[in-house]
Design a protein around this ligand. Sequence first.
Ligand SMILES: [Zn+2]
Length: 250
Amino acid sequence: MRKGTHLKITYKVSKFYNLPKNLEEILLKAVIYPDENRDKKINYRKGYFHVTNENHHRVDPEKIINYIFKARLEYLAKNYEYSMVNLGIALHYIQDRCMVSGTLHDERENKILNFKISEEAINRGKKEEINLFSDLKNILYQIKPYKSPEKIIYNACYYSSLVLKAVLNTNPPPKELLEMYEKYREKYSQEIIPLIITVIVLTLVFSLFFKNLFIILIGTIIVLSITGFKDKEVEENLSWYGIERGSPKS
Ligand SMILES: [Zn+2]
């Protein structure tokens, strides 16, 4: 996608969310950053090194999601400028993912560039109620690439708006997240702690019975790995709302 297209979409979306001027400027700089600083790919052919720009039109969704997550954490920490940097880079890759990969002919790129920005799509994204980070992730995994300028612009506007809304969200944690948190704590106190105690008791019994210190070592390793138990999805959903803890307490 052309730089101009990224800028047009992002500018319009930013206007819908009334971003302050200084943050809007950073967001617009960041949204074209991946094109100005492409990851390089080094090839070796016929005795020569060739450095080419890596095609980033189908960036791994995991990478995009990491930028969004960082944008959100920085936003919660009130590092708004750094949040916009991460958000802008994420938006670039999302917008690129809306179109088929490979170099497009100038003619098609021009068509996309000149296609009218869909306010309807931005509005639709703004109305979307996505409270959990895991739900946002699932949506982003499903972005489909299109050839038609109309669909590319529509989806790029829609997904950009949806992501901006999610990152800037100031609502309190949703009920479903608090329930998830409760279940997580329960699981820890009802399953993990008894399991740890069982392993400790078994380790002591066996090591006394076999008079073998090696068993204690094995037991300690098992206990440490159970204590480190974390449900990544729940942890991420909690962090998305700034709820931070180490291991859940009983
Ligand atoms: Zn690009």
